[in-house]
Design a protein. Sequence first.
Length: 133
Amino acid sequence: MDNSRVFKMSFASVYPHYVAKAEKKGRTKDELHTIIHWLTGYDEKALNQVIDKKVDFATFFAQAPRLNPNVAKITGVIPLWRDRSCGYRVEDIEDPLMQKVRYLDKPACRPLGSYPNEKGARGELSLPPGWKT
């Protein structure tokens, strides 16, 4: 499958959909940002700069300060709108960049406490020192 079209999409163009999905599921924009920070290492200032500059997904992940080492522990079916799934499991996606893009689909549908910590257990996020949820 050719994913180049997705990789060339700007993160900023998809970001409002992530926010809408999160809010539909009873999550806040701040909670979504916490997960994006956890996943990518971007802080709030850097995340806003990425959105303002309209960088594409390939650049978004290539320039991410630090992909969380526990990201591979995020598993499950990728959600779509209207509470349906697309049938693909995020852990089965072979293209590493597409898998990272799909990891961003998961936060809106999962509470903060369902992300793996450094021991692989579900619970509080394992955030870098000084970060606040």
